[in-house]
Design a protein around this ligand. Structure first.
Ligand SMILES: Nc1nc2c(ncn2[C@@H]2O[C@H](COP(=O)(O)OP(=O)(O)OP(=O)(O)O)[C@@H](O)[C@H]2O)c(=O)[nH]1
Ligand SMILES: [Mg+2]
Length: 460
């Protein structure tokens, strides 16, 4: 599908930078290049595809030079979008890239919508939908593992898996149809259990893909952890230590932190949103009270809590009240200040939290932090850090499509079994195929495409 208009966008992030790239895609890309680009001897070049030209961008109005640039034309279909693509590499900054962009629009291009280049690549079959989604995930990846998962999806690992499942189902449909046709002549065919067995195997593969979502989601979206506890136990010191910078104010006086401080850190390849909160205590200070009330909202919304105690003091009523209020919440108890003489007896704490293993740390000196990082990893992922080659799904959309497919495969299995309804089984399998094809985009409708590409940045 070739679009009839030409889109343009600044493909690099705005702001000060060495180089900015303005990218155009569509049938007029070359003509626009000839209009605004002047090469050697001040002539528009006869663009040879995939060749870099040095020259200037000039205003179509008065031929004034706007920027000194390099330009490259990539002729269809050998480009990212599958259309003619022109890239102009100019100086970075706030104004220059915008001036070049304005010139491309004046010469006939229109501003691209978010993700529109990738959408065109998809519509021109340069990428399937799961690959297009992986492009956004690669750009947004915050951790090595997140990047690795996105990259393998981009390299068609999921596509290959879906193709294999599709082939199995298509084969089962063909065998079912043959069985229906010949059942009257040969009653043994109707009793053939090999089709339900084959479907069981396919269903099993679909279900094991579904189970990888838990891990995939954690690596792609990350988790949220709230650092909570009574005042002065060292919550802000812990946040600072985990971030490796003095982000929160630390002070010997209780009630230092009033508002939230939220930062993302990479823990064992998991993007972790950490929130430091106001110390919980009863107080007459209205501002502090408000801060404390909001701590509980944050805790409710978080995936888990790092509950900090002060090991240099006895357990207080406030500590006990906090523990009681946290019943049922995923948490890791931390006893801070192990560098000071110990007042808090381990038995007292294990009586209070019998199902948890407390970690003894010093936020000041970094003691026990490695153990804490391990514990955070284990809280969310039971397994060791995975680097296996197995496909991991990271998108809820994919998971829902696989669940739909699994439902139809299950239903088909029952119908293909002895005494079932093989005709209906074939219909179920068609529905299962359709569900799988939503993942690669063969059957995705315009609303789904819009939703997916709207999440991209402009210029990608
Ligand atoms: N010796 C020692 N002191 C610590 C440690 N962690 C924190 N402190 C001290 O404890 C005091 C309180 O630390 P903060 O990090 O501000 O404690 P907080 O829990 O954020 O306090 P609020 O924000 O008031 O609730 C400061 O004087 C810190 O220097 C530690 O591991 N060892
Ligand atoms: Mg604090």
């Amino acid at each position: 599908m070739q679009a009839d208009d030409t889109i343009t966008a600044v493909a690099t992030p705005p702001g000060v930078g060495g180089i900015a790239v303005i990218r155009l895609s569509g049938p007029a890309a070359e003509q626009i290049g000839k209009t605004i680009f002047r090469g050697a001897h001040n002539h528009p070049p006869k663009f040879t595809t995939h060749r870099l030209y040095h020259g200037h961008i000039v205003s179509a109005v008065d031929s004034a030079v706007i920027d000194e640039v390099l330009a490259v034309l990539m002729r269809a279909p050998h480009s990212y979008t599958g259309e003619d693509v022109l890239e102009i590499h100019g100086h970075g900054g706030y104004l220059l890239p915008q001036r070049i962009l304005a010139e491309t629009i004046r010469a006939g291009a229109r501003p691209a919508a978010p993700g529109e280049f990738t959408k065109r690549a998809f519509l021109n079959n340069r990428l399937d939908l799961s690959q297009a989604e992986a492009v956004a995930d690669m750009i947004n990846a915050r951790t090595e593992r997140g990047l690795e998962l996105a990259r393998s999806q981009y390299q068609r690992q999921l596509t290959a898996e879906i193709t294999a499942l599709r082939e199995g189902i298509v084969d089962a449909i063909a065998r079912l149809e043959a069985a229906i046709e010949f059942a009257a002549d040969d009653p043994d065919i109707a009793d053939d259990m090999s089709i339900p067995n084959q479907l069981q195997e396919i269903g099993h593969e679909v279900n094991s893909l579904i189970t990888t979502y838990r891990e995939g989601k954690i690596y792609r979206h990350g988790v949220s952890l709230v650092i909570a506890g009574r005042t002065n136990v060292g919550k802000s010191s812990l946040l600072n230590h985990l971030l490796g910078e003095k982000r929160a104010i630390v002070a010997a006086s209780p009630g230092t932190t009033r508002d939230f401080i939220e930062e993302t850190v990479n823990i064992h390849d998991i993007p972790v949103r950490l929130t430091d909160t106001a110390g919980i205590r009863s107080t007459a200070d209205a501002v502090e009270q408000e801060g404390i009330a909001m701590v509980w909202q944050r805790i409710d919304a978080a995936d888990a809590v790092l509950l900090v105690f002060d090991g240099s003091e006895n357990l207080t009523t406030a500590d006990r009240q906090i523990v009681a209020k946290l019943a049922g919440k995923a948490l890791i108890p931390l006893v801070n200040k192990v560098d000071l003489p110990r007042m808090l007896a381990p038995e007292v704490l294990s009586d209070l939290l019998p199902n948890h293993q407390a970690i003894w740390i010093s936020a000041k000196h970094g003691t026990g932090i490695d153990e804490l990082l391990q514990a955070i990893h284990h809280l969310f992922l039971a397994t060791e850090r995975e680097t296996s080659a197995g496909t991991v799904i990271t998108s809820l959309r994919h998971k829902l499509a696989l669940e739909k497919a699994s439902f139809f495969i299950c239903q088909a299995m029952a119908r293909a079994a002895r005494g079932g309804a093989p005709e209906l089984a074939a219909t179920d399998l068609q529905d299962a195929l359709e569900a799988l094809e939503e993942i690669t985009g063969r059957t995705a409708d315009e609303t789904i495409l819009e939703r997916i590409f709207a999440k991209f940045c402009v210029g990608k």
